[in-house]
Design a protein around this ligand. Structure first.
Ligand code: PFF
Length: 465
């Protein structure tokens, strides 16, 4: 690549014009969108329960280290590649590889990311459906008087009913695709502008509510006082895997969103803001949930049922529990929806750009396919509970395939591509940095720290050591 064309790219931060594609109307909207993608069931449902299961403070510390050392550098790389290539993940990587004079086969990393996002969406929508089921139940006071047994039964009855699960999951998918069909500005941007502030507001109200229980400090201590004797090797790997999931990495979402980023926006600053907000929301979710759990004398380590079984018992016993319980599940549904929107975008952009399909047609086609696949997850909780994938139920198998195999592998190839295939000067320019200072630190992380850490995690998750 000639000096002139590098210089020309320096202005735009990308090698393609954005003509004909959507674009966020500002840096602020990109921040809302990327944060909406990052903040989801992972923060409010999964983070508190894996923290509870892995002993609290020490786990949180390791998780924070993973976000800093691996999550943030990779997030920057994905957004950068998206903007540089101004296309869906496959097309963007192909364009950046072409610029570097590298093989076009690197684009397969992008295809893998698109597929990962598609698969995650199929089961994520099913869990998001649970939040839709729980919202009216909470608001109508159904949680009053629940005990461990009846709350467990309420949840199990939902899981045992494929029709209800299908109805709620389909509702989430319809809503998601209905929004996405309107495109980047009229669909995604318009909905995110009110969903995200709504989510933050509810979260703050809930933390305030939790602070009135008198058990707030116990929760603070549980989350922030590290007791390393409770941390296991497996816990470290769970923290690392969660850093991927919670920042929506290696699933095409951040690359697709980066491809709509206006030129000249600082990728470093916005990525740091997204990661910081995502982490803050996870911690605040812990501060909203654990005081209620402790106030009602319940166990923090109850696993996936923490939010759907333990928490309803707490809401059922507390003053104004119906209102705050309802708000909690509305918040969870909003968080899930802003994530499902981002999970669907890579496939839709890919269908549109790779096959020249109109947006609505791409939405219908991918929607039909993901809906069919979601039925597999629905059935895995009832009729197909004996059917196995990787020795697990279909739902758990898909989660394992995506979170433990496809994401680490995709993330590994993405950092190798960025650090070893892209030229240093071009990477610096695509990020909008000169080649010293902060860039040097990021480059070191991308070339050495992230690939080694991800490789270790990957090998471990395969049981190779
Ligand atoms: N980051 C989301 C969460 O924490 O719930 C999940 C997610 C969204 C993963 C989008 C991957 C993705 F592309």
């Amino acid at each position: 690549m000639s000096q002139e064309s590098i210089a020309a790219g320096a202005i735009a931060g990308s090698i393609r014009s954005e003509a004909g594609r959507g674009q966020w109307s500002s840096r602020w909207v990109f921040f809302l969108a990327a944060t909406g993608s990052a903040v989801g069931l992972g923060n409010i449902w999964k983070f508190p329960y894996i923290t509870g299961q892995n002993g609290g403070g020490a786990f949180v510390l390791v998780y924070l280290a993973c976000i800093l050392a691996i999550g943030i550098p990779l997030l920057m790389a994905e957004v950068m590649i998206g903007r540089r290539g101004r296309a869906n993940p496959e097309g963007a990587i192909a364009a950046v590889a072409r610029e570097a004079g590298a093989s076009r086969h690197w684009r397969r990393i992008g295809s893998l990311a698109v597929l990962t996002g598609f698969l995650v969406l199929s089961y994520y929508a099913v869990i998001a459906g649970w939040t839709v089921a729980y919202t009216p139940a909470a608001l109508s006071g159904s949680f009053v008087g629940l005990n461990a047994e009846s709350s467990g039964a309420l949840f199990n009855t939902l899981l045992a009913d494929p029709w209800r699960l299908t109805a709620y999951g389909s509702f989430v998918l319809l809503l998601t695709l209905g929004i996405v069909a309107f495109g980047v500005r009229d669909g995604l941007e318009r909905s995110l502008r009110f969903m995200m502030p709504g989510l933050f507001l509810i979260l703050l109200v809930l933390v305030g509510y939790a602070a009135t229980t008198g058990h707030f400090m116990q929760a603070v201590e549980f989350l922030f006082a590290p007791d390393f004797s409770k941390l296991t090797g497996k816990g470290v790997l769970i923290a690392l895997g969660h850093a991927f999931f919670t920042l929506s990495l290696a699933s095409g979402a951040m690359m697709a969103y980066g491809s709509y980023l206006p030129a000249g926006t600082s990728i470093v600053r916005t990525s740091l803001m997204v990661a910081a907000t995502d982490t803050t929301v996870a911690l605040l979710a812990g501060l909203a949930i654990f005081p209620l759990v402790f106030a009602n004398g319940m166990e923090p380590g109850s696993g996936p049922g923490l939010v759907f079984v333990t928490l309803p018992i707490a809401f059922g016993q507390m003053p104004l529990g119906a209102l705050f319980g309802g708000l909690f599940f509305v918040m969870l549904a909003l968080a899930a929806l802003t994530s499902t929107i981002s999970l669907s975008e890579p496939t839709i952009a890919w269908l549109g750009e790779r096959f020249g399909m109109g947006r609505v047609k791409a939405v219908l086609l991918s929607g039909a396919a993901v809906w069919l696949l979601s039925l597999g997850s629905v059935l895995s909780f009832n009729h197909w509970s004996e059917v196995t994938l990787f020795g697990k139920t279909f739902f758990d198998g898909l989660d394992f395939l995506t979170s433990n195999l496809m994401m680490p592998l995709g993330g590994l190839f993405t950092v190798l591509f960025t650090g070893w295939v892209m030229k240093r000067a071009i990477a610096a320019q695509a990020l909008g940095l000169d080649q010293s200072g902060a860039f040097g630190l990021w480059w070191l992380a991308i070339r050495w720290i992230t690939p080694l850490a991800i490789a270790l995690m990957f090998l471990h998750s395969l049981g190779l050591f």
